[in-house]
Design a protein around this ligand. Structure first.
Ligand code: GRF
Length: 177
């Protein structure tokens, strides 16, 4: 689906564990990830990037202008939000082509605690990759996958995360460096 991104440079933005980042990093033969950005300096995902020699940047104090400069410096074409838990302001979103992975079947359960809320409601669960527009968890859906709902929250959560990682891989399946 993202084969139009031939030879392009990606930045991945994270806030935590970075399991979705890991799925992206596994695509290194087809995907140029030039920069990994975190708003948390102790995010485990940063270590995943550093181990592969990928430059990292800590986003602090809501310095969106500083972030834009970094992105320009690393010649970034596209941004992937992989568990980045901050809302990007409209100006920023308008300047970049951004994709997001979200742990629900959007438009259902946008925002925080999507997995817990959908499980508690007995609703369908799954994951979505969508293009980012200036509205939280909205924008054209690129890929979506339902997951198995298990008896427990943790088992259902595991299935959703598995699907997120599958979608991330599928998104770049036809992509060539
Ligand atoms: C993922 O479920 C992502 O969709 C959500 O936060 C979680 C981050 O997980 N917004 P990880 O850091 O990629 O492991």
């Amino acid at each position: 689906m993202m084969s139009d991104t031939l030879r392009s440079n990606w930045a991945v933005m994270i806030s935590g564990t970075g399991s979705n980042l890991a799925a992206l990093l596994d695509l290194e033969s087809v995907l140029n990830i030039n920069l990994v950005i975190s708003n948390k300096e102790n995010a485990y995902g940063l270590s995943r990037a550093r181990r592969r020699g990928i430059p990292t940047f800590i986003f602090q104090n809501n310095d969106w202008d500083g972030l834009q400069k970094q992105l320009n410096q690393y010649l970034i074409d596209y941004i992937f939000l992989a568990g980045f838990m901050k809302i990007c302001p409209e100006n920023f979103v308008k300047n970049w082509e951004i994709y997001n992975v979200h742990p629900s079947l959007l438009p259902a359960y946008p925002g925080l605690q999507s997995i817990e809320r959908s499980f508690q409601d007995g609703a369908e669960m799954g994951a979505t990759i969508h293009k980012v527009i200036p509205a939280v968890d909205e924008g054209p859906i690129i890929l979506q996958k339902k997951s198995t709902v298990a008896d427990t929250l943790s088992a259902s959560e595991f299935q959703v995360h598995l699907n997120e990682h599958r979608l991330v891989r599928k998104a770049f399946a036809c992509h060539k460096k």
